[in-house]
Design a protein. Structure first.
Length: 213
């Protein structure tokens, strides 16, 4: 379960409309990239700039969070930095209202919302479960991912947003109108290899978490 909101959206002025429009476009893009065997439900935007996304697989919840932040960061312009705070809660869903996600409930919803509200102002990403021991590991993990993604330039974020769901460097270069070596450099500077290692590690500990649960 992902709960998120735009960072400092009240300061966007006329750009706020663009940011909200971008969010809706990103939701559509996430759905298109999601494998058919992964269930996903997305809420309407509420409280002005907040959203919730239910994903049936924890690994793809992680990828969705990275994708959303990358796409928002790449939209940043001089004087306005677009980004989102995202809290992932891993747990059971007791009640899922597919037509209105905000009326759903369960452990995943409660964890996600609670830790978004408790997130320090300098953080943008956190993952939590009902296990305190597991959370000690996930706090270090999510802090590292957060620190890395928060330093992306718009160009690096753009490359990462295409790479995260498996697009090739050749395809990206053609689409973005740059050379393949330029794409490779952007991905390396963005630390795509570290994000990929994090994805694999997160998937492995989630498998252990399921087994223990």
């Amino acid at each position: 379960m992902l709960t998120g909101d735009l960072v400092k959206s009240s300061t966007f002025g006329a750009k706020r409309v663009d940011a909200l429009r971008t969010l809706h476009e990103l939701f559509d893009a996430v759905k298109k990239n999601m494998p058919k065997d992964i269930d996903m439900y997305i809420s309407d935007i509420f409280r002005g700039d907040s959203f919730q996304i239910v994903v049936s697989d924890a690994e793809y919840a992680f990828l969705t969070a990275i994708f959303l932040r990358a796409q928002l960061i790449r939209k940043s312009t001089e004087g306005i930095a677009f980004d989102a705070r995202i809290s992932i809660g891993i747990g059971d869903v007791e009640y899922l209202h597919r037509g209105k996600i905000t009326e759903s409930d369960g452990e995943a919803f409660q964890l996600s919302g609670r830790f978004l509200d408790e997130m320090p102002t300098f953080r943008r990403f956190v993952i939590t479960t009902s296990s305190e021991e597991q959370n000690k590991i996930l706090d270090v993990f999510s802090a590292f991912v957060d620190a890395l993604t928060s330093r992306w330039t718009p160009e690096q974020a753009e490359a990462m947003s295409h790479w995260i769901f498996g697009e090739t460097q050749t395809s990206m270069a053609k689409k973005l109108g740059v050379t393949q070596s330029a794409i490779q450099q952007r991905l390396q500077l963005a630390g795509h290899f570290a994000i990929d290692a994090c994805r694999k590690y997160f998937a492995s500990i989630m498998q252990k978490y399921k087994a223990q649960g």
